[in-house]
Design a binder for this molecule. Structure first.
Ligand SMILES: [Zn+2]
Length: 400
């Protein structure tokens, strides 16, 4: 087995699940178990690196002095949906296209996951059915380590200075909180934290959240006629006043959505929590107006009910930054073309740590890892695509 895959298999066996309920940084001390191992391995290659007070590993492999320093990032933590403890990866050679039995209870079946059919004849790494795999994002970590190893052991190959950092807490949305573009030192960078290796992603949502408070009028139901205003009923009505077609279950591609993520209340008072998303900033503003219109309509229709909304912006589409600094995408496209590949540019229906890096001064599109079905027991890695990603990263960094 090659060294890059061996490293990947070592990394997934280390439990690094982040912890949303914790306020410490990193959120779980065990995330550092992997970061510290990476520091040892990077130093063993002779590359200077350190872990800062926020648990971020920064390092730099020097390259051609007159060329732009290019950055790479992956996150060390795994998602909370499924355990990342005692991961026992299984190596499937020459996948035959049938359902893969993970354990007595669970199978990875192409009928349920058609993406598998694109990987017939490849070697795959799957879970034992009891945990997630953690290819998100330890495949990214292993790809970066393999690229560093290559340039260290091939000093004759000219390359850009490579700035790299490994971050904790991406899965709980705090990954980039303490990212420091100056410490990082890259002119632009790539997060290696996706699925499909043919994708270069640099469009994220613009995001906001809306908190709705509805005050009703509580009174004994026996004497309620023409007096009671039930805040819960008003809450249902409020949701119905928003366009149904903009619920996430009806949207895809570049269509934005309004997503009701929580509701609680009683007769006197109800609270609703929405997240709203759109790739287009103007359209997101229209969605905000729809909420304001719904407030007015609800108050008109139900005299006596009072509605308040609070709208707060969360993150912005990184395309804004990339449009100003297109070299990050151009360099990646050149690398793909050098390898005879044509990249795809799908809009991301979410945010990425790279979006925050971009607004912090380091334009950072996202690249794939060759892994799929993230955040659960059905996660798997295509060894062929993982190796292809190593070649893509090498091509990005190599100066001809
Ligand atoms: Zn990830």
């Amino acid at each position: 087995m090659d060294k890059a895959i061996e490293r990947f298999l070592d990394y997934v066996k280390i439990d690094t699940q982040s912890d949303e309920s914790s306020s410490s940084v990193p959120s779980a001390a065990k995330e550092l178990n992997l970061t510290k191992l990476l520091l040892e391995q990077v130093k063993a290659m002779g590359i200077p690196a350190y872990i800062d007070e926020f648990g971020i590993l920064y390092g730099k492999l020097e390259g051609e002095e007159d060329s732009d320093p290019i950055g790479l990032n992956s996150h060390v933590d795994t998602a909370s949906e499924e355990s990342g403890k005692d991961v026992k990866p299984q190596y499937i050679e020459n996948y035959d296209g049938k359902a893969i039995k993970l354990n007595d209870q669970y199978s990875l079946d192409p009928k349920e996951f058609p993406v598998l059919s694109a990987h017939i004849g490849e070697d795959l790494i799957v879970t034992s059915g009891d945990t997630l795999l953690g290819a998100d994002d330890k495949a990214g970590v292993a790809i970066i380590m393999a690229a560093l190893d290559y340039f260290v052991s091939h000093p004759e190959v000219k390359h850009h200075p490579i700035c790299f950092c490994f971050t904790p807490d991406e899965e709980i949305g705090r990954g980039p909180d303490h990212f420091d573009a100056k410490k990082f030192g890259a002119k632009y960078a790539y997060t290696i934290d996706g699925g499909d290796p043919y994708e270069i992603a640099y469009e994220t949502f613009n995001a906001a959240k809306v908190e709705v408070t509805i005050l009703g009028k509580a009174i004994h139901p026996g004497e309620a006629k023409n007096k009671l205003v039930n805040a819960c009923t008003c809450a249902f009505k409020f949701d119905r006043l928003l366009p149904a077609t903009k619920r996430p279950e009806y949207t895809e591609g570049r269509e934005g959505f309004n997503h009701l993520i929580g509701i609680e209340g009683n007769v006197a008072e109800a609270h609703m929590h929405y997240i709203i998303r759109n790739h287009d900033k103007k359209k997101l503003e229209e969605q905000k107006k729809e909420f304001q219109t719904a407030v007015k309509e609800l108050e008109d229709r139900y005299p006596g009910c009072q509605v308040k909304i609070q709208i707060e912006d969360q993150y912005r589409n990184m395309k804004e930054v990339i449009d100003e600094h297109p070299e990050a995408v151009n360099t990646a496209v050149k690398a793909f073309n050098k390898l005879g590949l044509t990249p795809l540019f799908p809009p991301i229906r979410g945010g990425t740590d790279g979006a925050t890096f971009s607004f912090k001064g380091c334009p950072t599109p996202n690249l794939g890892t060759g892994s799929y079905n993230h955040h659960g027991r059905y996660e798997f890695l295509s060894v062929k695509e993982f190796n292809l990603m190593i070649e893509i990263v090498k091509a990005i960094m190599t100066i001809d």
